[in-house]
Design a binder for this molecule. Sequence first.
Ligand code: ADP
Ligand code: MG
Length: 629
Amino acid sequence: MVDTVETPIESLEYRTEVKQLLDILAHSLYTDREIFLRELISNASDALNRIQFEMLTNHDVVDPEAELAVTITVDEDARIITITDTGIGMNRDELVENLGTIAHSGARTFLQNAGQSQSTLEEIIGQFGVGFYSVFMVAEEVTVVSRSFRPQDRAAQWQSTGDSRFTLAEADKSTRGTEIRIRLKEDAAEFASTWRLESIIKRHSDYVSFPIYVKGKEGEPKVANRRTALWRQSPSKVEPAEYEEFYKQLTFDDAAPLLHVHMVADAPANVRSILFVPARRERSSLRLRPEYGLRLYSRKILIQEHNKELLPEYLRFIEGVVDSEDLPLNVSRETVQSNPVTRQLRKALTNRLLKDLKNLAEEDAARYTTFWSEFGVFIKEGVASDYANREALQELLRFHSTHTAADGWTTLKEYIARIQPDQKAIYYILGDSLKSAMHSPHLDYFRKHNIEVIFLTDFIDGYMVSQLREVEGKALQNVDAADLDLPKDAEETAESAAAVAQDAFEKLLTHIKQVLGERVRDVREGKTLVDSPARLVSPEDEYARELQYVRRVIEEGYVAPAKTLEINRRHPVIVNLARLVSEDAANPLIDPAVEQLFDNLQLLDGAYQGSVADMVERIQKLMDAALRH
Ligand code: ADP
Ligand code: MG
């Protein structure tokens, strides 16, 4: 009987990173194995969303009338679960591409980082899951039979036991979609139970929008998920716990969100939306979030999974769903961007979100502080980049300052309320860390006169203040400026302490210039210094100066322009240094002391780029001299 040609079975090897992942999975004692179902249902749901979207414009598909659904059948005795969907399906090449490699480059990175450690693996799977391959935590053998929606494509079968290889063959499947047959491992027999599967679906996939049918060998299929589009309900009818559940199922995050914003409006544009502020910026240090963006629906049909136009870019940490009936159903992913409705939605969503954040700050300061610690940098980015919403964003800003407790925060409004009668500016200091900024010599004058200075220590701060030049008529002013217009007479600070005499001081300045050469623009007396021996001031205009902080981080090998060194002629270190120079300018301690003085200032400004080894050597030399006495 050889009139049917045996179709050849091809055996292929997984890509290295998949082998690595499978190896970790096979040897894991991971307890939360049930999430494999969440992953497979999520893939089925993606495939259903995609065919639904395809059929908006293309009717030449296999089975155009098929119900969009997931069906799970269980054969308890044979320990077999079959998950079938009527989604977009895959042809042979797509099976190889999708189930033989790891598509996300982020996933490859996480594998490299995870190594073989059990605890990081659990963390990763717990936070994100590892997609399709998680099935091998419970499966002895997996068979995927799929038929693409394209009428000309042939059905194909993929099979693997989760070792290093998989096989491919032609298959007999006339209906559209994908069928995943799982032969469970002996120790995973518990999953061959309709009751168990239904409860897992409730927990992880309740809000999937397509029906998930579960049926045993006998009996009728039963829908196991509730399928509510929560965002289309009236906010007064939704329980807080439901928002939390929905968030967790939407994002696979296991922590409750910090804030939800449920927006229902019909003008100027129809919108039904739930936005979430997650509890943490990094849900796990290794969590994969390859793409940000909101899920965009039009009349419950998913148009776009990661829409980036509905909120400004700096709000990319927001998760959520937006549904608008004003978006034409035939809108393509490309034209969403230019659609005027998108612009209206973006404005409405942004306004509402910023308003709710402000309310949160007023009503629950502790929660807002958590928000600020996690997401403050994004708000700062917004202050710099979103001119239209600058006022609302400004109110959300929080800072540490010389007048707050170490863990306390001030708003700009509060700062302005405390401002001294003759104070013209809002002063700030830029630095790498709070600690170094607090010890900066630039603060001498301000401490003495009890003038408040804001500490700016985030990478983004330089960019922010370069854009935000004033608040309520008060200029923002960096305390390191060379020509500060200070409210009190600067000379006032020059008090009793013995100062270096004029000619000795001039000699010292000349000597310092010689030692530091090109590294300083000028060396001169600093009249605002009290407790510090010296400071570096920037003659650059403010804009260029603030951006140096940003450029240092993003441009490799960036060298900031030289600054002016100001010397405190009353400081004991300077007094002694001047004495040594006058006595014997060739004294071998002088030059290292000058070098160290300069490097100390760079360290405090968060701008030291020299070699640590050189500095340590020099400090040892100075220690040696000090200890001899
Ligand atoms: P992800 O879902 O994050 O892309 P997965 O490992 O879960 O990663 O799935 C890999 C790919 O396999 C999917 O992107 C999809 O292209 C394909 N795929 C998986 N399951 C299905 C399915 N049921 N129908 C169609 N394609 C699928
Ligand atoms: Mg997936």
